[in-house]
Write a protein of this length. Structure first.
Length: 137
C-alpha cells in the first residue's frame, strides 16, 4: 500500500486504476465461473462467454491446433465436431481454479463425457482468456 503520493507504486498505479483493475478482475472471474457453472448444469453453453470476434488459439500438435479468428469459426471447426463424438454431452465436472489478473482469466478444469462407443472421455484443460476492458463478454 502506498504511504505517500511520491511513492513509485502510486505514480505507476494510481488508487483509482488499482480499484478499477480489482473490479475488472473480479467481474471477469465471476463471468467465467458463471459460464462454467451454467455449462456444467446444462443451462448454458461455454460459447455464451465468447465474443463474436473471439481469437482462440489451440496449441499443440492436434488437427485443430491453430488460431481461430471468430466465434463462428471456432464453433464450426472445433466445438461442433468435438461435441459430435459424444452420446452424452461433454461438460466440465470440476473447476479446479479460476484465476484473474487484469484482463487475463485462467480456468483450470476437468471435463468428462461419454463417447459414441460408450467409453468415457476425461481430460484436464487450462484455458487462458483475455477479456478486453469494458467488454461484456
Amino acid at each position: 500500500m502506498c504511504k505517500e503520493a511520491t511513492n513509485a507504486c502510486c505514480r505507476r498505479y494510481p488508487l483509482e486504476a488499482r480499484k478499477e483493475k480489482i473490479i475488472d478482475e473480479r467481474s471477469n472471474r465471476e463471468r467465467a465461473e458463471k459460464a462454467f457453472r451454467d455449462w456444467h448444469d446444462g443451462t448454458g453453453s461455454i460459447t455464451d462467454l465468447l465474443a463474436d470476434d473471439v481469437r482462440w488459439t489451440i496449441v499443440g500438435r492436434s488437427q485443430v491446433s491453430k488460431t481461430f479468428d471468430s466465434k463462428e469459426q471456432f464453433i464450426g471447426e472445433v466445438l461442433q465436431p468435438f461435441g459430435a463424438r459424444f452420446s452424452q454431452p461433454f461438460r466440465p465436472v470440476a473447476v479446479r481454479g479460476v484465476y484473474a489478473d487484469g484482463d487475463t482469466v485462467v480456468v483450470l478444469w476437468d471435463g468428462e463425457g461419454t463417447r459414441r462407443d460408450g467409453k468415457p472421455y476425461k481430460n484436464t484443460y487450462a484455458w487462458f482468456m483475455m477479456v478486453p476492458r469494458g467488454s461484456d463478454r
